[in-house]
Design a protein around this ligand. Sequence first.
Ligand SMILES: Cc1cc2nc3c(=O)[nH]c(=O)nc-3n(C[C@H](O)[C@H](O)[C@H](O)COP(=O)(O)OP(=O)(O)OC[C@H]3O[C@@H](n4cnc5c(N)ncnc54)[C@H](O)[C@@H]3O)c2cc1C
Ligand code: FES
Length: 250
Amino acid sequence: MTSPSPAYIEEALVLAQDRLTNDVYRLTVEATTGGSPGQFYMVRAWDREPLLARPISIHDADEGTISLLYQVRGRGTELLARLHKGDTVALMGPLGNGFTMENLHGRVGIVTGGIGIAPMFYLASTLPARSATVIAGFKSTPYAVAALLSLGVEVYVATEDGCEGTRGFCTDIFDPAAFDVVVTCGPTPMMARVAQLCAQAGVPCQASLEAHMACGIGACLGCTFPTTSGYKRVCADGPVFDAAEVIWHA
Ligand SMILES: Cc1cc2nc3c(=O)[nH]c(=O)nc-3n(C[C@H](O)[C@H](O)[C@H](O)COP(=O)(O)OP(=O)(O)OC[C@H]3O[C@@H](n4cnc5c(N)ncnc54)[C@H](O)[C@@H]3O)c2cc1C
Ligand code: FES
């Protein structure tokens, strides 16, 4: 195992809080710490409760700002959604190992479920123009798709209730044979299916894993999961892993 990642703590000024759907927001803050696609920040917008900061991926970053795209799930993200322009938020990061960019060549398939779309804007904007195709699944109303389209990325949508795109799961409309390499982020069962389809087709796949986190820097071992080469920590060894290395149904 590697030692804890170097981390930066920054009280970042909120520049904008945009509500994209009923429960999905994009928070833009002034921050110089940047990061690479697939890395994340431990975010804290409260004093005492909840006890722990929450991991949120980099949605976009440039020299002076960072954007986070998040879905309100519980207390932490609910408090994040209460921030307004001019407030401050504590960020620790950038943390973890993001996508292995040197292995993303040729036709790149990006398969996402729900808020797993969050890190993909930054990834797609870093890839060569027109090399990426996004296949995004949502329970209902899609979000964050327009921003991807503005990059010139091809986007296919599946919704479980059929309100937009194809009715069903993103895995129903995903054909790994159309790609040289695939990246995925979303609920674990969805990523397990993407990994299985890629393995059957012989297409390499990078998966950004979800886990409950406490420290975010590799110290507490609270986010470990089994791989073909032993237990690994999502926060410090990942969150992005070779999907073939992950033991999905442990
Ligand atoms: C590396 C990483 C990057 C992430 N990036 C984003 C992002 O960009 N945008 C975003 O919206 N979310 C992201 N998440 C998930 C996010 O961290 C959780 O949704 C958040 O911590 C929930 O906190 P809460 O206090 O609002 O909810 P809690 O009260 O802590 O939990 C609410 C519900 O969500 C479940 N839950 C909480 N955390 C997780 C988790 N990590 N995996 C699965 N279920 C969970 C709980 O079991 C509970 O049912 C990321 C997670 C990881 C590990
Ligand atoms: S959250 Fe502590 S080791 Fe990963």
